[in-house]
Design a protein around this ligand. Structure first.
Ligand code: SF4
Ligand code: SF4
Length: 191
């Protein structure tokens, strides 16, 4: 029995390797490989087109703080459920600002279902720092305040114009009545 076992060991030891050690050895991937998505959070506008086009409803738009509030007003970014994703790439094709790409990482593992739902932070390959976010937020607030001020000034100007036009029209309307009264007065005096 032992000899039989040894014979099998010797036989297989001489054979060509048909399996690879993983993850120690990773086979080279083709250029067209569609792996885990990569997000550039600094240019994502939070439009949600990727989520709408996804045939498997894997993408949910969720809040994330390291994007650009000047471009992404609601500060929502894609979160991807890789338990449903079929790596079709439609979300990437649909992105209007090309901030979502199919990456080259293909290893996906977890102990439970939630482990393979990737938040924006897990797919972000580019994001702003806390300092940059604070500066961008201040800039966004400044622009919003300026717009509000300009809108208030425009409304005030419009109201003043309307008032001026209204009083002008009122004056014009009063003119014939005044003329008539003057004419009547003159005729009375003549009689
Ligand atoms: S690759 Fe396809 S299935 Fe996966 S998130 Fe994008 S659109 Fe959905
Ligand atoms: S990744 Fe692209 S398509 Fe998706 S929300 Fe951001 S800008 Fe829109």
């Amino acid at each position: 029995m032992v000899l039989k076992g040894m014979k099998w060991t010797l036989k297989t030891a001489m054979e060509r390797e048909v399996t690879r050690l993983f993850p120690e050895y990773m086979m080279p991937l083709p250029d067209a490989e569609r792996g885990i998505h990569e997000l550039d959070a600094t240019i994502c506008i939070g439009c949600g087109s990727c989520a709408r086009i996804c045939p498997n409803s894997c993408i949910e738009m969720v809040p994330y703080k390291y994007g650009n509030p000047l471009k992404n007003k609601k500060m929502v970014f894609p979160q991807i459920d890789f338990g449903r994703c079929m790596f079709c790439g439609l979300c990437v094709d649909e992105c209007p600002v090309s901030c979502l790409k199919m990456g080259k990482k293909v290893v996906l593992a977890g102990w439970n279902r939630k482990d393979i739902i990737y938040s924006p932070d897990r797919i972000a390959v580019k994001k702003h720092t806390d300092k940059e976010v604070a500066e961008l937020e201040a800039e966004a607030k400044r622009i919003a305040a300026e717009k509000k001020k300009a809108a208030a000034a425009a409304a005030k100007e419009k109201a003043a114009k309307a008032k001026a036009e209204g009083s002008g029209a009122e004056g014009e309307a009063k003119k014939p009545a005044a003329k008539k009264a003057a004419a009547e007065k003159t005729s009375e005096g003549g009689a």
